[in-house]
Ligand binder design. Sequence first.
Ligand code: ADP
Ligand code: MG
Length: 238
Amino acid sequence: MARVEIEALRKSYGALEVIHGVDAAIEDGEFFALVGPSGCGKSTLLRMIAGLETVTSGIICVDDMLINDLAPRDRDIAMVFQNYALYPHMTVADNMGFALKLGGLQSGEIGRRVGDAAAILDLQSYLDRKPAALSGGQRQRVAMGRAIVRAPKVFLFDEPLSNLDAKLRVQMRSEIRSLQQRLATTTVYVTHDQVEAMTMADKIVVLNAGRVEQIGAPLDLYRKPINLFVATFIGSPQ
Ligand code: ADP
Ligand code: MG
């Protein structure tokens, strides 16, 4: 179970405020897409949920527990980055198990969890390879494997498909979506690609210059955009 609640969240870098009071609730098991143009604050918002950026004001709760001041490793949240951030000198298995090793888990248990994740992600035959010997899609799966092995309450994705070619991007959309449904893990997925959001998400929040324009199910946003910005961004008929 994991319900994420964000209230009146603000972020400033020095004197410059970039997130201007965001409210959003992400229900248990929901696939929640965070969309908006480049520079609107998607990554900043996600990084605050992950604990990689401090919160200037407002609250972030997971299951009614305030997590604002928890260290990233204590949040039970796993993040998948755009550039995958794999360790080039480590094998796939070691990349996937590294966080567990740091967490002090026994090697038998690490091996079991990595094996399970590899089976889910179709990576069994690649466990001994280095990232450089993998395709883009496989690297993306390893990055997901690293999140899955931790069995977190929440997955965060920051534009995970933007480095892949168009065909692979479409394939990975459905892979990520079915994986998320299978694990039923609450997910916040950042993308600037409205088609990705429309096809993958249960709910979408449209962000513009650090403010929420609208939150709703994909079809609701498409059919009843609240303003021209949402209509244009989502691609509603006008
Ligand atoms: P997005 O992910 O939607 O492209 P970001 O969250 O990366 O947007 O950035 C939102 C705004 O915050 C941008 O104007 C960006 O320049 C600014 N910003 C992001 N990180 C920093 C930082 N470390 N210092 C100063 N400004 C930043
Ligand atoms: Mg970003």
